[in-house]
Design a protein around this ligand. Sequence first.
Ligand code: DGL
Length: 276
Amino acid sequence: MAAIGIFDSGSGGLSVFREIYRLFPEADYLYWSDNAFCPYGEKSREFITDRARRITSFLLSGGADIITVACNTATAASIGTLREEFPVDFIGMEPAVKPAALHTATGVIGVLATAGTLGGAKYIRTRQTYASGVRVVEHVGEGFVELVENGVLSGPEAEHVVRASLQPLLDAGADVIVLGCTHYPFLMDVIRKIAGPGVTIIDPAPAVARHLADVLASVAPSRHPASSPSATSSSASSGLLEEPHLVMPTPRIRLYSSGSPDSMIRIFDTCVAPYL
Ligand code: DGL
């Protein structure tokens, strides 16, 4: 079974890990939370690409055979470069405007994501291709990432912050809301409460996990060169700047963080472990 590398700016990618784990409970996992540099949302493409490159090198040198960029913002900034530079398969994330456009009855879909994702060329192209027949209303989930990293997943503060970004989409008539940031599913209860029962919320993580399964099934083991000596030594040479914290909730799951592991452990224990 492959070893699956996953990374995000923080704990958000654990919403994707959770879905992948459901399909592959026997796999080995290496997860990187880049929380020393979180949030990525407003950072430059160059900065995020540099981080993505270093993290990918680290995960490959740790034995990962395939990399899931469990971060819409990092995908938008860096996946083209990663695919050019590393000889492994990458699974990326992108706001799910296609299923939303197919599902809407009002003809209005809402997209919540970071500024980096909404301004990315890939997203703009996808929106033009698949959502040209509907109205797409976008909003940055202001403060959502900070809520999740601080473990504030419910209550008045979470509702206040979520409402400020969600209400404009509801007011515009959106009956489907796309969660275009992997942190946001951890606020799902609050989002559903504010949106009400008539609004469909799309978390793309299950579809991303199925896509990863398809890629793993279609690729011969020899196409995964991560465990070959040359790939290992070239990854090790580019190294990371900082020594990560490592937490191992099970022998097959290695969770690394560039900053304090507290927020990652909190999200893992409350939102992931109950589903394993
Ligand atoms: N979880 C990330 C995403 O999917 C990034 C959030 C951030 O760091 O701003 O976009």
